[in-house]
Design a protein around this ligand. Structure first.
Ligand code: SME
Length: 180
């Protein structure tokens, strides 16, 4: 590897190696614009889907406060199959139409659940989870999978989170080599 490429890679990775949140604004709120730039930097020179999904999950895990699980489910033969994630081990497969994830897959749009115990059919992979957001991953009219984030706090995700996460997924989707 040429020395300059090595230095660039080191600089990029060092920004994430501290384990500290680097995307908080002066008011302590998450700055999704900055987070989007960080994601862009992480995946810019990589098109491998697993590598980019894994780094996106790790970045969100590091930067989003008050979450206990973040990861991807990928659509394979009418089932949502567990992809790269951070948090406790989770259900490997979710049928389309079941749970929050399967419902978001059918509806084809983001679902924000303020209290998962009020959502009929919610699949509890971790009893600590109290609220959840699921963002479908669409490219060229095709549903590829979903981003799923759980929080141990009721009503954790608002419209700012929804918009920010949807924009982050657009950045990620532009850098996924298909088929997954
Ligand atoms: N709660 C999800 C299942 C996946 S876990 O949260 C990781 C659902 O109801 O679809």
């Amino acid at each position: 590897m040429p020395r300059s490429t090595e230095a660039n890679t080191d600089a990029r990775l060092n920004a994430f190696a501290t384990g500290n949140s680097t995307s908080a604004g002066p008011d302590g709120n998450l700055n999704y614009g900055l987070l989007n730039q960080q994601l862009q930097g992480l995946i810019d020179n990589e098109t491998d889907a697993i590598a980019n999904l894994a780094n996106a999950a790790a970045l969100l895990w590091q930067e989003l406060p008050k979450i206990n699980w973040v990861g991807f489910y990928l659509l394979k033969q009418e089932q949502l199959v567990l992809g790269p994630f951070q948090g406790k081990p989770a259900c490997s497969r979710i049928p389309v139409g079941e749970g929050v994830c399967g419902t978001a897959a059918v509806m084809g749009r983001t679902i924000v659940v303020a209290d998962v115990h009020q959502f009929p059919g919610h699949i509890a992979c971790d009893l600590a989870s109290k609220s959840e957001i699921v963002v479908p991953l669409w490219r060229d009219g095709q549903l590829l999978g979903l981003l799923d984030i759980d929080s141990p706090v009721v009503d954790r995700f608002d419209y700012v989170d929804q918009q920010g996460l949807e924009e982050l997924m657009q950045t990620l989707l532009a850098r996924l080599e298909l088929p997954l």
